[in-house]
Design a protein around this ligand. Structure first.
Ligand code: FES
Length: 114
């Protein structure tokens, strides 16, 4: 998904269509004015967290998404996508989470607190 397809309305940012975003998939987005985020489809429910690992320098979107956890590609730490909680060391600090809504068959995040 290119950034040109991202639509922002008030605090809501439309990221992509739900169609084709399958369960078990994660995607990276970089809305203007924000750090990159990762959106995950966990059994039909969508969750968004920051893309930057809190341990060191790594893009979590280059890792794996398994059983509700985003797993860092660098040292293997992991985070719960629902809560952002660090689940495996060396990660300790939680990830920031973003509220996700499905509106008109599209995935939106609420970025009012960015
Ligand atoms: S950079 Fe992610 S676990 Fe170390």
């Amino acid at each position: 998904m290119s950034n040109s397809e991202i639509l922002a309305v008030d605090a809501g940012i439309r990221l992509c269509d739900v169609d084709g975003f399958v369960a078990g998939e994660m995607r990276r987005f970089h809305p203007e004015g924000m750090d990159a985020i990762v959106v995950c489809n966990l059994d039909g429910e969508f969750y968004a967290v920051d893309d930057d690992c809190t341990h060191a320098i790594a893009s979590l979107s280059e890792g794996r998404f398994e059983d509700g956890l985003v797993i860092c590609p660098v040292h293997g730490g992991s985070f719960d996508v629902k809560t952002g909680e660090a689940m495996k060391r060396p990660c300790r600090k939680p990830l920031r989470t973003w509220p996700v809504s499905i509106i008109n068959d599209a995935v939106w995040i609420n970025a009012s607190e960015r």
